[in-house]
Design a protein around this ligand. Structure first.
Ligand code: R5P
Length: 283
């Protein structure tokens, strides 16, 4: 068995290789003067089970994944597994208006062409797995995030919307604390409204858990509500830290104590490794 780590997910590939005690295939990669990507696998992977690890965000990393899949197939791998730590475009999982693509399906169709198995982490909605025409599975980073938060003496886990409720409940069970949720309405891509609600947060350490932090608007508004209700310390944790635009500034100025994300997308806040969630699929 070999692991091939794409440039977006080298760290995850390394962690996974330690967990599985598996070699990482040597590769060379570069960009041509016109910015097109080039990759070459140097090890002989013919007849091997190869696990490719690559997040499909931003767009150029998706092209890189297609090239890696083709390189592995052309090199004669016996079996190809594709680990997608963060599956970009998963939020466009249906035609919300006529004339739109189902972006998650478009990507899944192409990835399925050269994959025997696909594994992704905390997809925004589970049904995107059905878009793959090959076996597709997901795993959750919540247990690893909860383990990290356990040291913070958390009294309550908050879901910023009903969609995140199951995650919050799961984390609260691991930590052994209460959970609650907020009611969010999305106005547009960067504006949301959170319904005021009575929260039992006075003098408590609260962690807000979501699948994605993008503009930071959802978290900033939730922090604001918690502070209004007297929360002592507020932690924000997510699986996929996109941190678009001034998201980090927004979170810091809202008064959160710490920003925590996993390494599905590498950032300064990638404090939790997702490899323990992925490795069981290969043991
Ligand atoms: C949406 O339902 C997701 O679970 C996240 O809450 C959302 O993507 C966060 O976006 P933002 O950081 O832009 O508020």
């Amino acid at each position: 068995m070999y692991i091939v780590g794409g440039t977006a997910s080298k760290k995850v590939a390394e962690e996974l290789s330690k967990e599985l005690d598996t070699k990482i295939a040597k590769t060379i990669s570069k960009r041509f003067p016109d910015d097109e990507f080039y990759v070459r696998i140097l090890d002989d992977i013919s007849g091997e089970h190869v696990i490719i690890v690559q997040t499909t965000y931003p767009d150029n990393n998706t092209v890189e994944l297609f090239l890696l899949q083709n390189a592995v197939e052309e090199a004669g791998a016996k079996e190809i597994s594709v680990v997608i730590p963060y599956f970009g475009y998963a939020r466009q999982d249906s035609k919300f208006q006529s004339g739109e693509p189902i972006s998650a399906k478009a990507l899944a169709n192409l990835i399925s062409l050269s994959a025997d198995k696909v594994i992704t982490v905390d997809p925004h909605k589970q049904h995107i797995l059905d878009f793959f025409s090959t076996s597709a599975f997901s795993c959750s980073a919540v247990p690893e995030l909860a383990k990290y938060l356990k040291d913070k003496e958390i009294n309550m886990i908050l879901a910023p919307d009903k969609g995140a409720l199951e995650r919050a409940k799961h984390a609260s069970e691991i930590i052994g604390c209460d959970f609650d949720y907020m009611e969010k309405t999305r106005i547009d891509d960067s504006t949301i409204e959170i319904k005021p609600k009575k929260l039992d947060a006075n003098n408590k350490n609260v962690a807000i858990i979501d699948d994605i932090i993008s503009t930071g608007g959802t978290m900033a508004k939730s922090i604001h509500q918690l502070k209004k209700h007297g929360a002592k310390n507020v932690y924000v944790a997510c699986t996929h830290g996109l941190f678009a635009g001034d998201a980090v500034k927004k979170l810091v100025s809202s008064g959160c104590n710490e920003i925590i994300s996993t390494d599905t997308i590498h950032s300064d806040f990638s404090k939790v490794s997702i490899s323990p969630c992925i490795s069981p699929f290969f043991k």
